[in-house]
Design a protein. Structure first.
Length: 143
């Protein structure tokens, strides 16, 4: 047996979503009019919505367009994919260097972990042997 009325719940959720969208649009217009910098965080705070809501909203494209205009750069969608995804040469070198460092650190970590696991296994073996010796010493003599 279903509880509540799913139709009413859907309608209420739709009204809530629409109200949040309208608040976000109103807040964006107010920020633009005031000449304030547009950020997702600032817009979310002003509109009383979550940042995630703004990123998933159709309003996202408008926010990115206004931000790009404020910064004097074309919006991310205006550049061809190959140009947009390709880092500048200096970034590419930094990325290669950091990737190499990470690989070396991972290798060292793996070697150290293997060494420590071997030492732990040896310590467990010694501990077991010492416990066995102690058990033999504490046995009462056979009568």
């Amino acid at each position: 047996m279903a509880r509540g009325n799913p139709g009413n719940l859907r309608a209420a959720a739709q009204r809530k979503h629409q109200a949040a969208t309208e608040r976000a649009q109103t807040a964006l217009d107010a920020l633009i009019t005031a000449g304030e910098p547009i950020t997702f965080r600032g817009l979310a705070k002003r509109a009383g919505v979550s940042i995630d809501f703004l990123y998933r909203s159709p309003l996202r494209a408008r926010v990115e367009q206004v931000r790009a205009h404020q910064q004097g750069t074309p919006p991310a969608g205006a550049q061809p994919d190959a140009e947009r995804d390709k880092p500048p040469p200096s970034q590419s070198n930094v990325i290669r260097a950091l990737t190499a460092q990470i690989a070396e650190l991972k290798r060292r970590h793996r070697v150290e972990t293997e060494h420590l696991q071997a030492a732990l296994a040896a310590a467990h073996g010694e501990n077991l042997e010492l416990r066995r010796q102690l058990g033999r010493q504490n046995r009462p003599p056979a009568a």
